[in-house]
Design a protein around this ligand. Structure first.
Ligand code: CA2
Length: 146
């Protein structure tokens, strides 16, 4: 069975509590459940991990090599700042799908650039929770070589 690691960055544990007009009303638990269901539907399984710490995310990316077949990541604000997460993703040798709930290109200028996109196989943004469904589907498809 294909194994997908779903990573979520800082403040995404607050989903469903504030700014629903930008991020929707679902909690991170809802989104994690959706990712697991989607993975199962496509013959894979998903493990989900969130951290507010850059180092903890990097540790999980490093450990993913050999244990997972692909990574789906919403790096949240680290997208726009973290050369370290970009380097870890480049080194992990796995397909990477970057996902954002909001359309980062319609928002503040500082959100338009993502270091993580430089390490991503593909990027999905602006589709809310549906983006995670599509990202997991895309990750499985990449692993299958479709
Ligand atoms: O649109 C996305 O998914 C983002 O990755 C979300 C990040 C933001 O910094 C990126 O530019 C785009 C922010 C996540 C914060 O999530 C919260 C959710 C509820 C309440 C407060 C923050």
């Amino acid at each position: 069975m294909y194994r997908i690691l779903v990573l979520n960055g800082p403040n995404l544990n607050m989903l469903g509590t504030r700014q629903p007009e930008i991020y929707g009303r679902d909690t991170l638990d809802d989104i994690d459940a959706l990712c697991r269901q989607t993975a199962e539907k496509f013959g894979a399984c998903a493990d989900c991990f969130q951290s507010n710490s850059e180092g903890a995310l990097i540790d999980r990316i490093q450990q993913a090599r050999g244990s997972y077949d692909a990574i789906v990541i919403n790096p949240a604000a680290y997208s726009h700042t973290s050369v370290a997460i970009m380097d870890a993703l480049l080194a992990c040798d796995l397909p990477v799908v970057e996902v954002h709930l909001s359309n980062i290109h319609r928002r503040d200028e500082f959100r338009h650039f993502s270091y993580v996109s430089k390490a991503a196989t593909g990027v999905i943004c602006g589709l809310g929770k549906k983006g995670y469904v599509l990202a997991v589907e895309a990750a499985v498809s990449l692993v299958k070589g479709e």
